[in-house]
Design a protein around this ligand. Structure first.
Ligand code: ZN
Length: 314
């Protein structure tokens, strides 16, 4: 059964151009733990916190990786094949991996963590052709529903440890409630007319809605579409007219296009600063504060507030 699935993944891998190496073997050191594979770091963080000791989790997309463009590697395919559960965001965030997961069949449980979120709470930007905006992790309260989805999926799959998953999830959700309060307290320091967030792509619409920011991205919801000269000029006109002091690069998107915006703003007689780097679709390096979901959200709000109210340090 498993071999059949692996062969079909290999065929798909060849079709998407990532190749396939059937000689790689799964890591035997994880013993009887649940083998879980995740896509973006924010989901890996949920599984680590909720699964704890019972789960061996592998995140496919590390620091600086753009999920919109990510192609699964041969090693990913092997991990996917040997996983008990695969958690992904869904809502077309991981476009190529999503296609692959949709074609998987057999023993592996695939779970989109956004599945249970009430559709009326999701954003449907007109430029995204009738699809939902997938970046809901920057509304901390909304992202807590993804935690509940992971908790319930782990508990259903491994009922013997449901009490542990419930208790771990409770602790993590309490941390996220505190985080939401922290973000609100930081936002309150920015005068309301200065609450404008300009970034490389449209990853912050849920953040804007939850915390009262007007949000503009140079590229659209997905980085798969390049920004053109007209987009740069339009955004530059907006920044100069509103006298916005700072715009923000993103760790998983090239900073070149925002440098072009900065230059275009200057040609209109106004200076805008690059206010720092935000983590949007990928977290920071493991072992750093930004390598966790809580740390990345705190880093982002601290960076935004510092640049918009003109403080040299918090
Ligand atoms: Zn994105």
């Amino acid at each position: 059964m498993k071999m059949r699935i692996y062969i079909s993944l290999c065929l798909i891998a060849v079709l998407v151009g990532s190749g396939c190496d059937p000689k790689e073997q799964p890591d035997a050191s994880i013993g009887d733990k649940l083998r879980v594979v995740t896509t973006i770091g924010m989901i890996t963080d949920i599984v680590k916190n909720v699964g704890g000791e019972r789960v061996a989790v592998t995140g496919m997309m590390g620091p600086g990786v753009d999920p919109h463009l990510y192609n699964p590697t041969p090693r990913d395919l092997q991990r996917l094949d040997s996983a008990h559960i695969i958690f992904y965001n869904g809502l077309h965030l991981e476009s190529k991996v999503g296609d692959l997961l949709a074609k998987m069949s057999g023993d592996t449980l695939t779970v989109a963590v956004t599945d249970a979120v009430d559709r009326s709470l999701l954003l449907t930007p007109p430029e995204y052709e009738g699809l939902y905006d997938p970046h809901l992790w920057f509304d901390v309260k909304l992202w807590m529903q993804a935690v509940i989805k992971v908790r319930d999926a782990l508990s259903a799959f491994d009922a013997d440890n449901a009490v542990l998953y419930r208790s771990n999830a409770e602790g993590y959700l309490a941390e996220l409630t505190e985080l939401d309060t922290y973000v609100k307290s930081q936002v309150a320091r920015v005068p309301s007319q200065q609450r404008v967030l300009v970034t490389a792509h449209d990853a912050f619409n849920y953040f804007g809605k939850a915390y009262g920011f007007e949000v503009r991205g140079l590229q659209g919801i997905s980085t798969a579409t390049e920004a053109g000269i007209a987009d740069v000029q339009e955004l530059a006109t907006f920044i100069a007219a509103r006298r916005i002091p700072a715009i923000f690069v993103e760790s998983s998107v090239s900073s070149r296009s925002l440098e072009a915006v900065k230059a275009a703003v200057k040609s209109k007689g106004f200076d805008v600063e690059i206010g720092g780097e935000l983590f949007s679709d990928a977290m920071g390096s493991e072992g750093t504060p930004e390598g966790t979901y809580v740390g990345m959200v705190r880093h982002n709000i601290d960076t935004i507030v510092r640049a918009l109210i003109g403080e040299s340090g918090l």
